[in-house]
Design a protein around this ligand. Structure first.
Ligand code: G6P
Length: 606
């Protein structure tokens, strides 16, 4: 996915665009570029690599000087990261930036070539620029409408026409786009953080809407050129939420924000000590009727679903199937009206998760979205919705969003267990109370995090490592392993501890560190036996367990002690040292922690 921005107003446009793009770099950082009207002429400046390369280039070659323009930060899909493939892309009189994917670009490109158009890049975006140019006869909105009828896929575009130097045009087809409303200035952006330092007021463009921005206001049209009246929204967080506030990286800041994020997420869903999801359209009667649940998501969100499966099955005795969204959507899943499909997504825009939700709905299943980004596509499309309140998550590697996703998994499981009669109201109240204690426990862990740095130092030179655990610890180990891979670039696998001896143990040498998670009382001795198996083969072992667990000398080389807590809720505590180990390993390896290579925060293309 990419980030797009646009500005028209009274400030130096290049400065506003670059500033806004810094807030969207989490969406991709293969290249960056801007196009600004300098008097009557569109000046384009773009560069491969990070935004810093673009600013450097502008320092040496000169910065376009004007008050209207568009900007882009890229996560490459069509065409390698290069100066040529960087956005903006232009036709004769039109220049655009694009987030999303144009699926029928090949056919359109052939048509445009046959009409005499010449192409400079390999991108699908340039096709949209040339097509706009092809249809342009003096009325930009007319050209946009005609182009939209031709393009297939999901896309958001920021557009400038050479003949209209103080207007920015924008269009949304699926891919997210907002229009910021300031005093004598207007903005477009793929996400709210880009504009929050200028204005909190914005319109959320819907699918197939066109915006025409001037300093004095924005007009929004549908694809039949009808003018629309839109509700003005106001962001409920401010500029502090998107700063590092003294932390070295966003990831570290976001790890520390977890206690507060849990409180904000669960407090509004608890009434009289019991879970209350009625506002989310989830009734006890409905939960009682469920025979089976699917949880579908990608990446970290899918790992939250795996924790959810263990908890739901354990306490509510309802079978849960967890699926990777990109598999679910193509494996012809067997679904009926009686099934509930839960989609978990931080961004609410992940293409595979969204398609999985739509498939579930086509097949008659009910869908429940657990989403962090307000007003996102998945949030708007689902039958039922629980928002997580993590606030903006900027670091590409997800931490606080995962934490609140699992907090919701617990709350939902408690409600389900109550509806199914598997626990009494008193038992449910006790579980809710325990969940409410997690923020303080996590804060305690964060105060004693030093040893995670020593553990990270022991991993820094490894080529590969293993995470092992059983039950909930195994579910959690998957997230620990992914976190490390994402930001340290060290290969790692998570493995069910009891399964090691059936093949994978052959990998164990002195060069293969093992991180063992053993927080579950009933499985502790069994996991320790597995630890001894790897220890006997030379592995350097880090054990994550609670203070009360005693193990013989020499079983573990490093140990991270968690405070005493309830077994069922241990994943919420144990994930914290795993996040910190990944974080410090990445720092020690000199990596760009918040923007790991090749990744983007949310993947809005297949
Ligand atoms: C990308 C990110 C992951 C994230 C996944 C799902 O791959 O790099 O960190 O877990 O998308 O994103 P979502 O927004 O749907 O939770």
């Amino acid at each position: 996915m990419c980030g797009i921005v646009g500005y028209v107003g009274h400030r130096n446009c290049a400065d506003v665009l670059v500033d806004a793009l810094t807030k969207l770099e989490y969406r991709g950082y293969d290249s960056a570029g801007i196009a600004v009207f300098e008097k009557e002429e569109i000046k384009v400046c773009k560069s491969k690599g990070r935004l810093a390369n673009l600013t450097q280039k502008m320092e040496t070659e000169g910065k376009p000087n004007g008050v209207a323009g568009i900007g882009h930060t890229r996560w490459a899909t069509h065409g390698e990261p290069s100066d040529l493939n960087s956005h903006p892309h232009s036709g004769d009189r039109v220049t655009i930036v694009h987030n999303g994917i144009i699926e029928n670009y090949k056919r359109l490109k052939e048509f445009l070539i046959s009409e005499g158009k010449e192409f400079k890049s390999e991108t699908d975006t340039e096709v949209a620029a040339q097509l706009l140019d092809f249809y342009y006869r003096g009325d930009p909105v007319e050209a946009i409408v005609q182009t939209m009828h031709e393009l297939e896929g999901s896309f958001a575009l920021g557009i400038v026409f050479a003949d209209f130097p103080d207007i920015v045009f924008a269009v949304r087809c699926e891919s997210p786009l907002i229009v910021g409303v300031g005093e004598n200035e207007s903005f477009i952006a793929s996400d709210v953080p880009a504009i929050i330092q200028y204005t909190k007021d914005y319109y959320l463009l819907e699918h197939d809407e066109i915006a025409v921005l001037t300093p004095y206001g924005t007009k929004i049209y549908d694809t039949h050129y009808n003018k629309l009246e839109k509700e003005l929204k106001t962001a409920d967080w401010d500029v502090d939420a998107i700063g590092k506030q003294g932390y070295a990286h966003f990831m570290l800041k976001e790890i520390h924000e977890q206690p507060e994020a849990i409180r904000k997420t669960i407090a509004p869903r608890i009434t009289d000590g019991l879970p209350d999801l009625a506002e989310c359209n989830i009734t006890l009667d409905y939960l009682r009727s469920l025979d089976r649940i699917f949880i579908v998501a990608c990446g970290t969100a899918m790992h939250a679903g795996i924790v959810g499966k263990y908890v739901m099955e354990k306490i509510a005795r309802v079978p849960v199937i967890v699926d990777i969204a990109s598999e679910f959507r193509y494996r012809d899943p067997i679904l009926s009206e009686k099934d509930l499909v839960i989609i978990i997504s931080q961004s609410g825009e992940t293409a595979d998760s969204k398609a999985a939700m739509e498939l579930a709905q086509q097949r008659g299943a009910k869908t429940l979205a657990i989403v962090n980004a307000m007003g996102s596509s998945i949030a708007r499309g689902a039958d039922m919705l629980i928002y997580t309140h993590a606030g903006p998550e900027i670091a590409v590697a997800s931490t606080k969003a995962y934490m609140v996703q699992i907090a919701v998994m617990y709350l939902f499981s408690f409600q389900l267990a109550l509806a199914k009669g598997k626990i009494s109201e008193d038992e449910c109240r006790t579980l809710v109370k325990q969940l409410e204690e997690t923020p303080d426990k996590i804060a305690e862990i964060l105060e004693h995090k030093e040893s995670t740095q020593q553990i990270a130092a022991s991993l820094v030179a490894a080529d590969s490592l293993l995470y092992i655990g059983r039950g909930l610890d195994y579910a959690l180990s998957m997230e620990g392993s992914l976190k490390l891979k994402e930001i340290s670039y060290i290969h790692s696998e998570s493995y069910a501890a009891g399964e090691l001896k059936h093949g994978t143990i052959s990998l164990i040498t002195e060069q293969m560190p093992v991180i063992a998670i053993a927080t579950q009382q009933d499985l502790f001795d069994k996991t320790v036996s597995n630890i001894k198996e790897v220890k006997a083969r030379g592995a350097c072992v880090t054990l994550v367990c609670t203070e009360k667990h005693s193990v013989e000398e020499g079983v573990a080389d490093f140990r991270f002690n968690l405070p005493e807590f309830y077994d069922l809720l241990m994943p919420m505590l144990a994930v914290v040292p795993l996040q910190l180990i990944a974080y410090y390993t990445s720092v020690l390896r000199g990596n760009d922690v918040d923007k790991p290579r090749n990744l983007a925060k949310s993947v809005t293309v297949e």
